[in-house]
Design a binder for this molecule. Structure first.
Ligand code: NI
Length: 227
């Protein structure tokens, strides 16, 4: 299931992120591709240490943790530090699956990748092509969002970025190890939380049905969470 969240960053914030990105060194993206990805990955990535030093990684993580709908959908336990990529004309990342387990940079810790996120930093009218295509059980879904919007999708999905034919596509991407590994359980918890949030807008905080449903939500999370 794909979940999109709009306006995680405002246009001014996106502009500031883009300005900071322009000052970083960029490398061939092939350096961080897996053995299969190497043949199909043609893009550039911002230097990871420089991005962290510039505060961009923390800026994004802080915002995600403060975005209730993102937290509810991902139920994050650990984040892989956000990376940044850019695709110019002719650049693409052919069909691939992201690695299931990744070593957290600068540590000996391994994390499981349950979910992938792409945060779009270029507006759709800045480029042609560059569509994120995600293979889901309901068929291929095409994703091209406004700058500042993000998409969350299962890291197990086959996916690709189609060739850019005009302009440039800049984005941030990263992985999440969720407290709830099972996708169906996580999606059901998200649906329940969305329904509770909708009720919260209509009913007083001490409403007994609301309290009962909140209890059910947390007890289900307690059953499914491993962290
Ligand atoms: Ni990927």
């Amino acid at each position: 299931m794909l979940i999109t969240i709009e306006k995680v960053f405002s246009p001014d914030e996106v502009a500031a992120l883009r300005e900071a990105l322009e000052r970083l060194p960029w490398h061939d993206g092939v350096a961080t591709a897996g053995s299969l990805g190497r043949a199909v990955k043609h893009n550039r990535q911002a230097d990871e240490e420089a991005a962290a030093r510039a505060g961009l990684v923390d800026d994004i993580l802080r915002r995600l943790r403060a975005t209730p709908r993102y937290v509810s959908a991902a139920l994050p336990n650990r984040f892989y530090p956000p990376r940044f990529n850019r695709y110019g004309v002719g650049e693409t990342y052919g069909a691939h699956v992201d690695g299931a387990v990744m070593r957290l940079p600068g540590t000996d810790s391994l994390m499981r990748t349950d979910l992938s996120t792409t945060l779009f930093l270029s507006a759709p009218d800045e480029y042609d092509g560059g569509v994120l295509e995600v293979d889901t059980r309901f068929g291929v879904q095409e994703v091209k969002l406004d700058a500042g919007d993000l998409v969350l999708y299962p890291a197990s999905s086959l996916h690709q970025v189609t060739p850019v034919t005009r302009g440039e596509r800049i984005a941030s991407f990263f992985w999440i190890e969720s407290m709830v590994r099972d996708t169906d359980a996580r999606v059901t918890l998200f649906d329940l939380d969305e329904a509770i949030q909708a009720l919260t807008r209509e009913r007083p905080p001490a409403d007994p049905i609301l309290l009962a449903l909140s209890g059910v939500y947390h007890n289900l999370l307690r059953i499914h969470a491993s962290c």
